[in-house]
Ligand binder design. Structure first.
Ligand SMILES: [Zn+2]
Ligand SMILES: [Zn+2]
Length: 427
């Protein structure tokens, strides 16, 4: 249908504002706001009908009930709602009152249009308030995980500002043994410590099996600096509690919920963490990252280099050890899920490659073994054979019992350059 005919029918229904009029035909022209479209239509219509085209007072619009005059006001309310919070990106969503949606449907019907013609009131409201908010604050609109998500509830006359998490990427080294990566709740009391007169024997009432964790040495510092409400540590896999993490360190992401500060000095944050962790844990390469890094870090199944101190239960000579190590190098190992691994995980047999293996005899009963292996290779079991569940193994090849007495991860490999928060670095 001709746009002027649409405009004639729409304006005949009663007072309709320029925005509501223009929105009916928003899909027929580009580069204008709906209010500009509506105003142009009204002028053209007056010319066609040879009427005096002085702007007419249309009164309160029956379709939006005057809401289309409130864009500035809502943009200002959004800025107030986010005051005191640092953000670079935002998005605006609107819940229109049901009555307005009914009015819209009615107007389309009266104007002879399909239900989905033009643009819905809701999207115009989101866009117009969003544009104004962007001008007020200098932030950029983003539909993919904005820093702040506003929801305007027109019927309730309320605006909600949801502050999304922010993320810091880095690598950690663990320089002391017996530190788990994350808090380890006691399995006897399930973390409660059984408060009161009957403390849990297993954990001494603390609820945790270990006093410290890599998470506790790092996440609270980040939470504090970013002034958030909660911080969570996500590691790219984890070493055993009794293993050191040396060399390159292991990638991690710390997620901070509802941060009031995002654009922090990462070098300073890094030295704050390292001072707090006091030599037990060390972090490096800290960066402000995007939320995608959590998944990337969790899926990171990188090749690793390990150094293991091995004890044999009978004498082993250097030639026999060298021959066994040569067998292991380049081999594909079949490992049935080890006994010591969390039994909530499904037990499966998996294949992992040993890329390189070297060994040095320390004395007749002890050796230092270095393994460069595929992500997911269980090193303790590769050495011990895990009662036949890992094949081949160093113990199996030697025909001698072998056990890892100390294990260090010396490198976590792989490309894992973080997705940085680019908008923070543009200037
Ligand atoms: Zn209106
Ligand atoms: Zn307990």
């Amino acid at each position: 249908m001709d746009v002027l005919e649409v405009a004639a029918r729409a304006t005949a229904t009663g007072p309709v504002c320029d925005a509501c009029l223009g929105r009916l035909v928003a899909d027929r022209s580009f580069g204008l706001s709906n209010a500009e479209r509506g105003s142009a239509l009204r002028t053209a219509l007056a010319l066609r009908d040879d009427e005096d085209h002085e702007p007419v007072d249309t009164g309160a619009c029956w379709v939006c009930e005057g809401r289309c005059t409130e864009f500035n006001e809502w943009a200002e309310r959004a800025a107030e709602a986010a005051e005191g919070t640092e953000f670079a990106t935002y998005n605006v969503g609107t819940r229109p009152p049901p009555l307005i949606e009914e009015n819209e449907a009615l107007l389309r019907e009266e104007a002879g249009l399909d239900d989905d013609a033009g643009e819905p009131f809701k999207s115009e409201f989101n866009r117009e308030v969003g544009k104004r908010f962007g001008r007020l604050t200098g932030a950029e609109v983003s539909f993919d995980r904005p820093d702040v998500q506003f929801t305007i509830d027109l019927a309730e006359d309320e605006i909600d500002a949801k502050v999304n998490s922010t993320f810091v990427y880095g690598r950690y080294r663990k320089l002391e043994r017996d530190i788990p990566q994350t808090e380890w709740p006691c399995r006897e009391c399930k973390g409660s410590g059984r408060k009161g007169p009957d403390p849990c024997d297993h954990c001494g009432g603390s609820g945790y099996l270990y006093d410290d964790s890599v998470e506790e040495y790092t996440a609270p510092v980040v939470e504090d600096v970013m002034d958030g409400t909660e911080a969570t540590f996500h590691g790219a896999g984890r070493e055993d509690v009794d293993a050191l993490m040396l060399g390159t360190g292991r990638p991690f992401v710390i997620e901070v919920e509802e941060p009031r500060r995002r654009r922090v000095d990462v070098e300073r944050l890094q030295s704050d963490i390292n001072a707090f962790a006091d030599g037990a844990v060390e972090v490096e390469g800290l960066r402000l990252a995007t939320y995608d890094m959590v998944e990337r870090v969790k899926e990171h199944d990188a090749a690793k280099r390990y150094r293991a101190q091995v004890a044999f239960d009978a004498d082993v000579d250097a030639d026999a050890l060298a021959a066994a190590i040569e067998e292991l190098e380049g081999t594909t190992v079949e490992q049935y899920t080890p006994n010591r691994v969390d039994h909530r995980r499904a037990s499966i047999t998996r294949e992992r490659d040993v890329y390189e293996a070297t060994a040095e005899v320390d004395d007749a009963r002890r050796a230092t073994v270095e393994i460069h292996g595929e992500g997911g290779l269980y090193i303790k079991e590769l050495i011990s054979g895990d009662e036949g569940r890992t094949e081949p193994s160093l113990a199996g090849l030697l025909g001698v019992g072998a056990e890892v007495t100390a294990l260090d991860v010396v490198a976590v490999e792989g490309e894992d350059e973080p997705f940085e928060r680019e908008e923070f670095f543009r200037d």
